[in-house]
Write a protein that binds this ligand. Sequence first.
Ligand code: SAH
Length: 230
Amino acid sequence: MIRSGILILALLMTTTNNGQNYQERREEMVKTQLQGRDITDHETLKAMRKVKRHEFVPKKVQHLAYTDGPLPIGYAQTISQPYIVAYMTQQLKPKPHHRVLEIGTGSGYQAAVLAEIVDTVYTIEIVEPLGLRAKETLTRLGYKNVITKIGDGYKGWPEEAPFDAIIVTAGINEVPPPLFDQLAEGGKLIIPVGTRFNMKLILYTKINGKIRHKEKLAVSFVPFTRGDKF
Ligand code: SAH
């Protein structure tokens, strides 16, 4: 009886410690990987401090959740490096009333970070099991303002357009034209353009109906794919 009590106590302590550890590791991640670089936007930092990245990665890499790199999430896909998630978020200048479209749900982590800041996130994933798992994770963690869909994001989400911001998290040679159409006036679109090892984040802005663009960071993202199914 006493022994099992001790065992339960020990288990409880491990759980609590892990919880604390994760929070500490998240703080450290924000300090060194984000503030230590060029992430200054208050809302972005707050969201990155809050969202439990370890809940979005497979168990076997959970201990690496707050390290400075991408991680495998199955189906040959990855969750982006925390810095890239924060960088893209900051570039979009998200506001509380914004409605945002994400192409490439993956683990659901980027969607959760945006959901901490904006009104609603619409997110599309082409790999069905990933989309379903992300939906489950987001629901479990209480993100009611993320709407998920399985499909080919090339076409965007016309029924919900226009969007104040659009984020594409898979690399492609050229911007899918429907995404420009679905961008609201003043809206921003960030997307990795190029081939896998020669890719740049491009930030597009719609001003007076015209699209302007600025080249940003060199990056490496998994490829944007097209499905016949959709
Ligand atoms: N934002 C994700 C990282 C995604 S990796 C996260 O936070 O975890 C890129 C994702 O884009 C992959 O899951 C891939 O399956 C998806 N993808 C690739 N092409 C797509 C398309 N045409 N439509 C929707 N999703 C796509």
